[in-house]
Design a protein around this ligand. Structure first.
Ligand code: XUL
Ligand code: CO
Length: 437
């Protein structure tokens, strides 16, 4: 089994005192917390695109990644070998899930028919490897942004043929996701947006995007795919303005077009920060709408203004994520999907292990810390207390939609002024969180 990563053992739990970079310090998959193992709580997933298909190029230089198993060809045989590499990696790392775009797993052909055939050849290997290892597909998706045909978008392209091509590509990607028993399918709006409004009929493009998604919903039903559909918000990059800007914009779009019952959100940290939000904000928006499905775990760099997709290492960040996820009651079909890539300077295969081990440990610590904060109860009690005045009779009637301005005026007039405000105690609460870190 050590064909592609010789010398890398199955990564085990060494405990916080371990100094072995190939051991987990905090992620102990079998450890049970509140009746669920850490493995079940976190549902870790590795992404195919960054980990196996990314050459680590940047706008100023070519790729640096050393991947000895890759012969550099666009052949099916190379892709099939890569599938074996991927599963050796998943197995050694001990992750239960992975995720892919169609074009990560198999090379695009000269025609759509040829591309479909390539996919079928690689899916056979993925299916065997899934059966051999027990590793499952968290979600599949279609790459509707790399090929130049998608320069103006896919479902929002002004070119009808491109819309049709995208539909056929998504149809096939859904079929293989279904065949591989995927727990979900993600729609990230690759180039669904605009670079200038001078050439754009925004309303028509949004209508087309909605039609596209309704057709996907109908096809899901037709083939009996029971996985969850996710929309992944991102505000910009590659276009100046992406239509799926943030969680709120996505929810508004889904509600407007009667799509909300069919979709949940897949939220990514670096997309949240590009939109000017904290990840916790995005999570709370989605949870409030009962629409949080899954997360793409990564982080940006505060000094760089683009989607750097770095591995999450901040325990403060993972604690915030896990506070939200635990309060929601945990994942159902979703998970913690590492949509993250190693730096261009970290070009050796072993760096892929170090990166994921660090991300998994950071989330394990986040899980434990969040659980301790919730068990302690002081934070939740403070928030509850902060809204206590609403627990009066009229407050309850307002919340139930049973009172109007007349009632509120009659209530407040005799008081002369509102009761005094209480302190928000931000610093005290920040200190409280730090007690647990
Ligand atoms: C791009 C991004 C995508 C989606 C899947 O920023 O996050 O990789 O996660 O298409
Ligand atoms: Co993503």
């Amino acid at each position: 089994m050590s064909e592609f990563f010789p010398g890398v053992p199955k990564i085990s739990f060494g405990g916080p005192k371990s100094r072995n970079p190939l051991e987990f310090k905090h992620y102990n998959p079998a450890e049970v917390l509140d009746g669920k193992s850490m493995k079940e709580h976190l549902r870790f997933s590795v992404v195919y695109w960054h980990t196996f298909s990314n050459p680590l190029a940047d706008p100023f230089g070519v790729g640096t990644a050393l991947r000895p198993w890759d012969d550099g060809s666009h052949s099916v045989a190379n892709a099939q070998r890569k599938a074996k590499v991927a599963f050796e990696f998943f197995e050694k790392l001990g992750v239960p899930f992975y995720a892919f775009h169609d074009r990560d797993i198999a090379p695009e052909g000269w025609t759509l028919k040829e591309s479909h055939a390539h996919l079928d050849e690689v899916v056979k290997v993925l299916k065997d490897e899934q059966a051999r290892t027990g590793v499952k597909l968290l979600w599949g998706t279609a790459n509707l942004f790399s090929n130049p045909r998608y320069m103006h978008g896919a479902a929002t392209s002004p070119n009808f043929d491109v819309f049709a091509f995208a539909a056929a590509q998504v149809k096939k990607a859904m079929e293989i996701t279904h065949e591989l028993g995927g727990a979900g399918y993600t729609f990230w709006g690759g180039r669904e947006g605009y670079s200038t409004l001078l050439n754009t009929d925004m309303k028509r493009e949004l209508d087309h995007l909605a039609r596209f998604l309704h057709m996907a919903v109908a096809y899901k039903k037709q083939i009996g795919f029971a996985g969850t559909f996710y929309i992944e918000p991102k505000p910009k990059e590659p276009t100046k303005h992406q239509y799926d800007f943030d969680a709120s914009a996505c929810l508004n779009f889904l509600r407007t077009y009667d799509l909300l019952p069919h979709f949940k959100l897949n939220l990514e940290t670096n997309h949240a920060t590009l939109a000017g939000h904290e990840m916790m904000h995005e999570l709370e928006v989605a949870i409030g709408a009962g629409a949080l499905g899954s997360i793409d775990a990564n982080t940006g760099d505060p000094l760089l203004g683009w989607d750097t997709d770095q591995f999450p290492t901040s325990v403060y960040l993972t604690t915030q994520c896990m506070l939200c996820i635990l309060k929601m009651g945990g994942f159902t079909t979703g998970g913690v999907n590492f949509d993250a890539k190693v730096r261009r300077e970290s070009f050796e295969p072993i760096d892929l292990f170090y990166a994921h081990i660090g991300g998994m440990d950071a989330f394990a610590r986040g899980l434990k810390t969040a659980r301790a904060i919730l068990a302690d109860g002081r934070l939740a009690a403070f928030v509850k207390e902060r809204y206590r005045s609403w627990d009066c009779e009229l407050g309850r009637r307002v919340e139930a939609g049973q009172a109007g301005f007349n009632d509120l005026e009659s209530y407040i007039l005799p008081k002369g002024d509102a009761a005094k405000n209480a302190s928000g105690r931000q610093e005290m609460l920040e200190n409280l969180v730090n007690e647990f870190l």
